[in-house]
Ligand binder design. Structure first.
Ligand SMILES: O=P(O)(O)OC[C@H]1O[C@](O)(CO)[C@@H](O)[C@@H]1O
Length: 538
């Protein structure tokens, strides 16, 4: 793993335009003020929120006591034969531990889905060996609460004392903290409430699940500590200021997309974590940076990035990258957090709120309260084999799936983007991910891919609040089996559909184009959709 933490701006034009911003950031003392948790950096409107969101700058120190606590709990659990860790958590409550665990190659089953099949597969694992980490800062997130209910019932059905298998990470005083104490859950880790979800990688939210799964969390904090001094220095060599200046200058020049490719960082899946940090922090008030996570530096969107995008290497620079960021995982977490907070200042937005996420949650809740709305009225505009088409398509021109998609992509704005949103099983339906590169190659448009509802807690903020130039392709699927949510009048399948339709309504309500393809047979439908995209002209 590359240990030296650097930000190299290899594109000379970008380097030149970043220089002025960098000088301003240095002379304004932004790095030292951020380290000192100065809440005035984002203007008066953001000050109240910022004043309760900046403790992450010190987590490499303040999280130290967790190292021993996590290690001793892990030892205790292992001694009881509990070595399978399942994590229920959305967005900031699961993305960091997933990257940490994958990078260290330790097993962690992450549940950030409402797909009934995927949850059923996790339930079918060996419950005798399982602990469930329930992570939620607010303690109210519907997906996480559903997973907790489902696992509690499954443990009980298997004759296992559920409370003894529940480990909670939450903010003090949250409904989850109260429930955990009322139910006598095995262990509650209370996190620092002055750290927001997407800045919580080095807090209990990142460290507890990853550490219980076997990751070396002390090393992670050491890595972050090793770069903290550099990040707090008001100097043009400060890597976070360099990254912020490069991204800010690129945005000012019309490149609002940040295309992230791993170029040999030694980190697995860093883009998925960075995606939430960038999109939820900056994508609001009609502005922001859209993260586009691609498969490799050769993938479409990176090597052929146009004027609307900046190719950023996570790892050493390549011929195509404009910016390259190297460093160990702990160092990169802290570096990107600093950089994105500083980009918030450059874009004049509050990087610590997510105002448009709530709209989709509200729409989903309304649909759950009126479940007939999910099943009854809407007729598909077309049914093409195992694929139902929903949306404003021209029926006269929709003979084949390729026709439908051709019409849809022809409307993607110039310099806009296409977002593929798959409300499917990210393990069993993993082949859906090829749609990102297939669309990007054939349309020449920047294309993102997200699993629903996971992306709702990440790029979902940008989709609704960021630059209004996205087109949205939702993919939903029939469920062979469904999973009831104990104590709730709905199943996971109903919740999943309500989330897709709710977000679709909100997107469409802002005038953004939305097309939904519903797969009545997932495998056959996905194969047809992929084939149809491949038939679009390049
Ligand atoms: O930790 P919580 O409160 O369950 O929230 C999960 C995620 O949901 C969001 O609040 C909004 O989608 C994210 O910012 C957050 O990381």
């Amino acid at each position: 793993m590359a240990d030296r933490t650097t930000v190299e701006i290899t594109d000379s034009v970008l380097a030149e335009s970043a220089r002025q911003l960098l000088d301003e950031l240095v002379s304004d003392g932004v790095a030292s003020k951020l380290t000192a948790q100065d809440a005035t950096l984002w203007g008066p409107e953001a000050e109240a929120e910022a004043s309760i969101r900046l403790a992450w700058t010190a987590l490499h120190r303040s999280s130290r006591p967790l190292i021993g606590e996590v290690e001793s709990l892990r030892t205790e659990l292992r001694a009881e034969g509990l070595d399978r860790v399942v994590l229920a958590g959305m967005g900031g409550s699961s993305l960091a531990p997933e990257v940490i665990a994958s990078t260290e190659k330790v097993a962690l089953t992450v549940l950030d889905t409402t797909d009934p099949g995927q949850v059923a597969d996790a339930l079918a694992g060996d419950l005798e060996r399982t602990v469930l980490v329930v992570s939620s800062k607010s303690g109210t997130t519907v997906e996480t609460d559903s997973h907790r209910r489902i696992f509690a019932e499954a443990f009980a059905d298997a004759g296992i004392d559920a409370a003894s298998r529940m480990i909670v990470v939450t903010d003090p005083g949250s409904p989850l903290a109260e429930l955990a104490s009322a139910e006598g859950y095995r262990r509650v880790f209370l996190a620092d409430p002055h750290v927001g979800g997407r800045y919580s990688a080095l807090s209990a939210f990142g460290l507890v699940p990853a550490g219980l799964a076997g990751a070396d969390v002390a090393r992670l904090l050491d890595q972050a500590a090793s770069v903290a001094g550099q990040l707090s220095t008001d100097s043009p060599d400060n890597p976070a200021l360099r990254l912020a200046a490069a991204l800010g200058a690129a945005h000012a020049g019309g490149a609002e997309k940040v295309v992230l490719a791993d170029t040999g960082s030694g980190i697995t899946g860093f883009g998925d974590w960075a995606e939430q940090l960038i999109a939820e922090s900056t994508g609001k008030q009609g502005t922001g940076l859209l993260p586009v996570v691609v498969e490799s530096p050769d993938a479409p969107g990176f090597a052929d990035a146009g004027a609307d995008a900046t190719p950023v290497a996570v790892g050493p620079a390549t011929g195509a990258s404009a910016v390259a960021v190297t460093g160990s995982l702990g160092a990169q977490f802290l570096l990107w957090e600093y950089a994105v907070a500083v980009v918030g200042r450059l874009l004049r937005i509050n990087p610590f709120d997510q105002p448009d996420v709530e709209a989709a949650k509200k729409a989903a809740r309304a649909l759950l309260d009126n479940p007939q709305a999910l099943t009854s009225t809407e007729e598909p505009a077309a049914v093409i084999g195992p694929v139902e088409v929903y949306g404003p398509v021209d029926k006269a021109r929709t003979g084949t799936l390729t026709d439908v998609l051709r019409e849809f992509v022809s409307d993607v704005a110039d310099g806009g983007y296409l977002a593929v949103q798959a409300y499917l099983d990210r393990l069993d339906d993993a082949s859906a991910t090829v749609l990102r590169s297939e669309f990007a190659r054939r349309t020449g448009k920047q294309t993102t891919f997200g699993w629903g509802p996971r992306f709702l807690h990440s790029t979902g903020q940008y989709h609704k609040g960021g630059h209004p130039n996205g087109s949205f392709l939702q993919i939903t699927g029939s469920n062979e089996e469904d999973v009831p949510v104990p104590g709730r009048p709905y199943t996971l399948g109903t919740l999943q559909l309500a989330q897709a339709l709710g977000d679709g309504q909100v997107l469409a309500g802002t005038g953004r184009p939305v097309l939904r393809l519903h797969l009545t047979d997932r495998a056959a439908g996905l194969a047809d959709v992929v084939r149809a995209v491949q038939e679009l002209s390049p």
